[in-house]
Every structure is written in C-alpha cells, then in structure tokens.
Ligand binder design. Structure first.
Ligand SMILES: Cc1cc2nc3c(=O)[nH]c(=O)nc-3n(C[C@H](O)[C@H](O)[C@H](O)COP(=O)(O)OP(=O)(O)OC[C@H]3O[C@@H](n4cnc5c(N)ncnc54)[C@H](O)[C@@H]3O)c2cc1C
Length: 413
C-alpha cells in the first residue's frame, strides 16, 4: 500500500529525513514533535561517508554545505588555561575531505524546510497511547484528537516515548558509558571565530567553541557520571552536578559555570547507547537514536539517523508499504552498520577524557608535539581509518527513481 499513512514521532534529524523519503515515494507521513517549533541552534554534529551521499540524493547538499561550520582549528590548553598547542581542523575535527559539520538545529531546519508543505507537522504535541491491531495503529495524543495510522515510527531520540510505550522501559535497552555531557550557549566573550578551545584534566574536559564573533559560543563539559545521577527533568540538580564536577577547575571554567543557570538551552545527559534485539514490533518501528543511539562519543549519531531514514523509507517503498517485509529488511541492512559505529563510540569514550593525571599529562604532551611531529600524517591516519571505515560500512541501494520533492535542487537518486 504505497499511500499508507505513517505517523513519525520526533522532528529533529531522523524524523524529517524519513518523512522526506516517504513523501517522495508517495506515502502520507505525519510528524508529531513535542517542541513547539523546530528546535534551533544546538551543538555541532557530523555527516560523514555514506550519510553525505544521502544528503546529496535528497537534493539538500548545497544548503548543508552553505551552513558547514568551517571550524578553522583550535587551541589545546592545560587545566590552568595555558595554551600548549594550536591545531588545524585535521586534528580538531578528524574529518575526511567531503565530510561535513553543521549545527544540529541548522540541519533540522533544512530537513524541515525540505518537507514543509508536503508533510503534515503537529508541533507542541506528543503521543500518549498506541494500540495496534491487524488493520492499523490507534494513537492518542496530548492535544490532537485520536487518529488511526497504518504504521508508527519512533524517531524521538535517546529517551524515546514510542519505545517506552511499545517496547518496554528504557533501562532494558540503555547501556551507560560512564561519562556525562552538559552543553549550553554562553556569550562569546573570547570572540571565537570558527575556533575551538579544549581544556582537559584528569576525569574532565571543558570545551568552548564559537562560529561567529557576533553570535553566542557553545560550552561543552564532559565528566565522569556522578554516583547520584541528577534527574533528567531537574535543572537545578543538573547545574549542581556540573558545578561539583568542575569545582576548582581553572581557565574560563568558573565564568562558564556562572553563565550556566541563565542559559535557556542546557542539555545534560549521561552518555549512553541504545542496544535492542529488534527495532520493530508489528506496525511500529524505531529509527535513529530511539533505536540504536551510538552516543555522542561516536560522532556518528546524525549519520546513522540520516542513513537509517533512507533505508527504512526505501525498504517500505520496495515492499509497497508492507511492513512485514520492509521492517526486517531495514534491520538486516542497517544492523552491521549500526554495530560498527556503536563499537566506534565505545572505543572513543575510553580515549575522550583522560582517566588519570598521568594520562592527562601524556595527552597534553602529545598535543604539544603534534604540530611538529614528523609522523603526524601517520598518527592522524591511524585515528581516521576506523572512523572512515565505520562511516562507510554500508552500501546504499537505489530504491526508486522518484523525483526530488523540491525541484530547485537537483538530486541524483
Ligand atoms: C552534546 C551532544 C553532542 C553530539 N555530537 C555529535 C557529533 O559530533 N556528531 C554526530 O553525528 N552526532 C552528535 N550527537 C548526536 C546527535 O545529535 C544525534 O545522534 C542525532 O541528533 C539523532 O537524531 P534523532 O532525530 O534520532 O534524535 P534527536 O536529535 O534526539 O531528536 C529527537 C526528537 O524527538 C523529539 N521528542 C522527544 N520525545 C518526544 C515525544 N515523546 N513526542 C514527540 N517528540 C519527541 C525531540 O524534541 C527531538 O526533536 C551529539 C549529541 C549530543 C547530545
């Protein structure tokens, strides 16, 4: 049934990307998003390897490249704030030529604009109950009247509501990685212009980047998850946890911590992966972080969301909307790719924050030598190889020759 009605929960990356492809293949997607509008700004995310091909096949490659962060490099600092090395984008971002970096909110906005007018969006709402039978899925919402859809897809992130309603509690599937992250906007008082500052000490990293001197900068803190994890909805407890983890830290950290309580966009979460035995249950499927979050440490969550959307929509189109064929095929195509990238995330988290003072010292020494190191290219290649392999660990099928949704950008799919 090619014109099946498909409800997607979540309008960040996976949701609108799936809606795009479904609409292009003739399905009728509706997207419900808890936030009142597409959420702007946020932190930097990557598009690498095959994900860049998908973006180009969607015909939005030019728009994404126009908003590329173009980070020029960064400064590595001791805990006291002494600069030890100035590094180029090759070391700061570990990206191959052609890989892209963009603010999550910018990518979400591009995806939203590529689908608005073609796809029904319900902002400021959320699913409260899902009941499926052989004919369809009955969904009730916080605000909108109940409706029946042919299929439902949860693209609602690490703490997916669809997963909780249809697959079981998050604790069954979330694997904690031992670190937490706090990210928020701060005034760009250092005037950072496409520049990143990285300040590591044992057990914690404080990072500050700015893309334009005239715009806010982003402060990002990684640290060992406290014994008593603050509640996800308790902002004050989150502020306390970050302040305690960075107590006594030098450099700009006290100033950044002082700005945290007034930031309107604090994101705080322990780093976790979602590992599930299956991503579908009858007429309900999961996609992106909801199904297989690899954690921010992998730098691959956005790429997995975009590629997963392409594959899920493509398999539904190939099966003429028959979810009994399409959902298992989606999983068969994606699982090896996902597992490779989740492995990358687990390895990266071990290297990200030096656990001891000795390791922190060794990392600083390495960064200090890096610009002058005779074998620098070899060291970078050793780091890049597994990232590149994971980012390309799937061969994209061509599912259909349906024309792009927006005629203004040419697409090659
Ligand atoms: C600090 C940080 C740094 C990161 N760095 C990188 C990086 O460098 N590179 C990279 O590739 N990735 C990075 N990521 C990961 C990346 O942001 C995610 O993997 C990606 O956004 C996943 O997209 P998604 O659409 O699956 O989920 P999300 O982006 O989490 O979107 C889920 C959407 O669902 C909505 N929602 C949630 N619950 C409900 C509900 N009940 N009803 C309706 N809507 C709901 C949310 O509001 C949100 O809009 C980072 C993440 C964080 C937190």
């Amino acid at each position: 049934m090619q014109n099946a009605s498909i409800l997607i929960s979540g309008a960040s990356i996976a949701g609108p990307a799936l809606a795009y492809w479904l609409r292009r293949y003739g399905f009728s997607p509706t997207v419900v998003e808890r936030a009142p509008a597409p959420r702007p700004g946020g932190y930097k995310v990557d598009l690498r390897g095959v994900a860049v091909d998908v973006i180009d096949r969607m015909g939005i490659g030019t728009q994404v490249r126009d908003r590329n962060t173009d980070v020029r490099g960064g400064t590595w600092l001791t805990g006291a704030g002494k600069a030890v090395a100035t590094l180029g984008p090759d070391v700061i971002g570990f990206r191959d030529p052609g890989d892209l970096e963009i603010l999550r909110g910018d990518l979400a906005e591009i995806l939203y604009r590529a689908t608005s007018g073609e796809v029904e969006y319900l902002f400021g709402d959320a699913i409260t109950a899902i009941i499926q039978d052989v004919k369809g899925v009955r969904v009730t919402f916080e605000h909108a009247p109940p409706r029946t859809f042919d299929l439902v897809v949860g693209a609602d992130g690490l703490h997916s509501g669809v997963r909780a309603l249809s697959f079981g509690p998050e604790s069954q599937f979330a694997r904690q990685l031992g670190l937490s992250v706090a990210v928020f906007s701060v005034p760009n008082h250092l005037g950072l212009d496409r520049w990143e500052m990285v300040c590591t000490t044992a057990g914690r990293i404080a990072n500050l980047y700015g893309l334009r001197p005239s715009a806010d900068a982003t402060a990002q803190f990684f640290f060992a998850t406290p014994q008593r994890r603050p509640d996800r909805h308790d902002l004050r407890a989150q502020h306390r946890a970050v302040a305690e983890a960075f107590a006594g830290h030098g450099w700009e950290v006290p100033r950044l911590l002082a700005a945290m309580p007034t930031a309107s966009d604090l994101y705080f979460d322990p780093l976790a992966q979602i590992r599930m035995p299956g991503w579908s249950n009858g007429r309900i499927a999961l996609l992106g972080d909801a199904a297989y979050c690899p954690s921010p440490a992998s730098g691959q969550g956005t790429s997995l969301a975009v590629v997963g959307a392409y594959v899920l929509a493509g398999e539904l189109a190939a099966a003429h909307g028959d979810h009994r064929t399409a959902f298992p095929r989606f999983e068969q195509e994606m699982r090896p790719f996902v597992e490779r990238n989740q492995e990358l995330g687990r390895d990266a988290v071990k290297q990200m924050v030096p656990a001891t003072r000795l390791r922190a010292w060794a990392q600083l020494a390495m960064m200090r030598m890096m610009p002058y190191m005779p074998g620098k290219a070899r060291v970078i290649e050793k780091i890049m190889k597994p990232i590149r392999e994971a980012a390309n660990a799937i061969t994209l099928k061509t599912y259909s020759t349906a024309p792009p949704l927006r005629p203004e950008e040419h697409s090659s799919a």
